[in-house]
Design a protein around this ligand. Structure first.
Ligand code: SAH
Ligand code: SF4
Ligand code: F3S
Length: 473
């Protein structure tokens, strides 16, 4: 049981984020839900919308599964491994349900959308299957499930953005928050299941985004991350026909306060504009960091992947970023062993990494997903051991690049937003610089606190972390 109660770090992108108990009073609610989120930041952000909807209907959040009347898994389908993790976790909950027969178990998110009611046949203990655009119907589905029926809603929407729902921050460190600005994806990258699980792209009302960020700032948050699968194609047309594009949205959020940091993710290389880069350069509080997934360094593979850019085009985009913002951090997503990938294609990936000098990358081997263009059109023909060897070479290369990038920072001073205690010692703070690098430094008996900015000079580093010394408050 202990294992069930532990908060696990499911998502690489959130590692280093501190866990804090809920701010809300758990006794206020008669019923409780327990939620676990898997996959990307959008899914974590959706869980906060789900929490808000459930609070409105009398369910409080709990971190104690034994106290829960409802267990929810917000799932991810991006790779086969992600789905296996969820199935294993459902196995764990089997035991909990046996000791508590009235307990309802719901599957939310991308795996719910992909498998739909098939999920109920495959996993008998599941009572509810709810897709990412159907969370408003959760209270009705819970009522249905409470009568002993299985409840399913996996309808995708063309306009749902949950714009009017004020998310309840779960596991928040009180310093940084995710804000969804759009949903779905209109790209059709051949390997990717997201367009099928999340539906068509739609942008959220700009006013509601700015209002949410303003409210977070007023509550003491110091950093917002604007989220979407492809943020640079954000495009909102108001009722009065006013158009807001991503550069304009960034500017509006940046103007809330110079004390509020703005990040965003993810940028598709084909959509990020000079306008966005100039807006980033103009405002100190827009962080100088771009997650710009390359996927592969080979033009032939990029074409098969339907990424719509070439190797040269991508490299020119990286050069442009460095020209406009020489101090900008850049990270990437890379897939090893996509269909038909040759050693030469793989070498192209390694060399584009050298050219881009990524500070960090998320690296995966190709996992065929049912229903995607690649699954229908191409053969998953690279043997597992070749995929793994290539991935290892990519990981090794990234290790060297990250270390080199960190060494370049030795002696430099950065403005750091303190996120909390360092993982290793409560005598040290952990924070990030604008480039999204983690910096650990001694508290030095100052009266700084979580959420403060500090100026820190880098004195040492590892591959993953900068180590620094406080210079002023
Ligand atoms: N919208 C983002 C990415 C979302 S998915 C973008 O366009 O970049 C996050 C990452 O998972 C992708 O960038 C890709 O590198 C990886 N990924 C997606 N599908 C995959 C698959 N079938 N096998 C392996 N990795 C995959
Ligand atoms: Fe998937 Fe491509 Fe859309 Fe990203 S841009 S979510 S990789 S289809
Ligand atoms: Fe996974 Fe869905 Fe996100 S497939 S990566 S949770 S959009």
């Amino acid at each position: 049981m202990e294992e069930l109660l532990k908060l696990k770090e499911h998502d690489e992108a959130r590692q280093g984020e501190a866990y804090a108990p809920f701010a809300m009073d758990p006794n206020h609610y008669k019923k409780h839900f327990y939620i676990e989120s898997y996959g990307c930041q959008m899914n974590f952000s959706d869980s906060e919308i789900v929490a808000s909807i459930l609070n409105q209907h009398g369910f409080g959040a709990t971190r104690n599964v034994e106290e829960a009347d409802l267990v929810l898994l917000n799932t991810c389908s991006i790779r086969e491994k992600a789905e296996q993790t969820v199935r294993r976790r459902l196995g764990d909950f089997q035991q909990v349900k046996q000791s508590k027969p009235g307990l309802l178990i719901g599957v939310l998110g991308c795996m719910a959308e992909r498998l739909k009611s098939k999920f109920l046949e495959e996993e008998k203990l599941v009572d509810m299957v709810v897709g990412p655009d159907a969370y408003r119907s959760l209270p009705a589905l819970i009522e249905e499930a409470e009568t002993g029926q299985k409840a399913v809603n996996v309808l995708l929407s063309r306009d749902e953005t949950y714009a009017d729902i004020s998310p309840v921050r779960l596991d928040s460190n009180g310093v940084s928050a995710f804000v969804s600005i759009m949903r779905g994806c209109n790209n059709m990258c051949a390997f990717c299941v997201v367009p099928f699980t999340r539906g068509r792209e739609r942008s959220r009302d700009a006013l509601s985004i700015v209002a949410e960020c303003q409210n977070l700032f007023e509550r003491g948050f110091k950093e917002v991350t604007l989220l979407g699968q492809n943020v640079d194609s954000y495009y909102y047309v108001s009722d009065s026909n006013e158009v807001v594009n991503f550069a304009q949205l960034l500017e509006r959020v940046a103007l809330i306060s110079p004390e509020l940091r703005i990040r965003f993710s993810t940028s598709h290389p084909k959509d990020i504009t000079d306008d966005v880069l100039h807006t980033m350069a103009k405002y100190e509080n827009i962080c100088k960091y771009i997650h710009l997934p390359v996927q592969s360094g080979s033009t032939r593979i990029l074409q098969l992947m339907n990424r719509t850019y070439t190797r040269e085009w991508y490299m020119a985009k990286v050069d442009r970023i460095r020209e406009i913002m020489p101090d900008c951090g850049i990270s990437s997503d890379i897939i090893a062993g996509f269909c038909t990938e040759t050693e030469e294609d793989h070498q192209d990936t390694l060399s584009i990494m050298d050219h881009s000098k990524y500070d960090m990358s998320y690296m995966f081997f190709y996992s065929e997903r049912p229903g995607t263009l690649a699954q229908r059109r191409y053969k998953d023909d690279i043997p597992d051991e070749v995929k793994k060897r290539r991935l290892q070479e990519i990981v090794d290369k990234q290790g060297k690049l990250s270390f080199a990038s960190n060494k370049q920072d030795l002696g430099k001073t950065f403005k750091v937003l303190i996120e909390g205690n360092s993982k290793k010692s409560d005598k040290d703070w952990m924070g990030r610089n604008s480039q999204n690098k983690v910096i650990v430094f001694s508290k030095d008996e100052t009266n700084l606190k979580k959420g403060d900015y500090a100026f820190v000079t880098v004195t040492d580093c590892t591959q993953a972390t900068l180590i620094g010394k406080l210079i002023s408050q």
